[in-house]
Design a binder for this molecule. Sequence first.
Ligand code: KG4
Ligand code: ZN
Length: 347
Amino acid sequence: MRILGIETSCDETSAAVLSGAGDAVTLESLVILSQDIHRVFGGVVPEIASRQHLTAIMPVIDQALKDANATLADLDAIAVSHAPGLVGALLVGVAAAKGLAMTAGIPLVGVHHLEGHLFATSLEHADAVPPFIALLVSGGHTMLLDVPAWGDYELLGATRDDAAGEAFDKAAKLLGLPYPGGKHLEALALEGDPHRFRFTRPMLRRDQHLGDDDYFDMSFSGLKTAVMMSVKASTNLKSDAPHIARGFQDALTETLAEKTARAVRASGSIRVVLGGGVACNRSLQAALVDRCGPAVAVLAPSPRIATDNAAMIARAGLFHAERGNWAALDLAATSSALMPGIRRSPR
Ligand code: KG4
Ligand code: ZN
């Protein structure tokens, strides 16, 4: 099967062509156009994002088809990210996908953006396939999942407030770094002393037990407030900033790593698959390797595949297309929706 993927949930206009069957797939092309304009505003402005998608979407799709040496007639299906995300932004991708599917007379698949992130790493690591423990850490979501099979997702824990990427972006903003701040904060923290600012590891205590509500759950808004207090108290922010960045990053990544290691112990899993933009953070990857131990493989995507892209949408779309999970032409763009196949673990 040859499938076109389309992604417009936030501020990346992306299209990709993927072919194959089951887990044996080839990425034929991937085009990602990042909307730089939002840097000026220090965050994504939804109305501007929609308008930019509108002008970019057809050229980006045309380029992805051209790079794959394909035309619409060569496709078997079109997969589009339809939830969650900015509704106006999602609508542009969904409308384009519907128009092309109708024109070409081929079926449409609606993909949940986070399920796309879950499939992303398998595009680069052949063994990033179930069963595994998944840590999804993006700008909008933070989830710990037990994945016994594609399409079957047991939610072990999630953030109760800010997402990990959101915390990175807010801490970075407090430190005067550009948006999105995750990668800038990571770079700054490299020069930081780990002992100068030590922040409490949120929702992490030794006396927590399997079955406790907060055993796998996370919370990052307090950590952001702690960074704010340190910034306010600093008399020389320029020299303190790398140390604050280091203290923040250590607290956040160690918390994520310990929660993930708990999931590994509870499930007996030998694989951890990372997904979402924060997955490219080296400090997080190192903390996971350290906490999970040598018997566990920690698999992380490269930055291009970790952050929003259409290759992961095409990959998750292929899975659903093979099962005949087609979308009707009234497929809606939705700001929030449960990931298909997700179930809450019994407490
Ligand atoms: O998955 P993604 O591209 O978009 C969403 O679906 O949200 O994730 C974007 C997030 C942003 O918060 C960004 O700051 C963060 O991923 N991020 C990082 C790094 N690279 C991107 N956070 C920490 N370290 C990084 N190297
Ligand atoms: Zn994303």
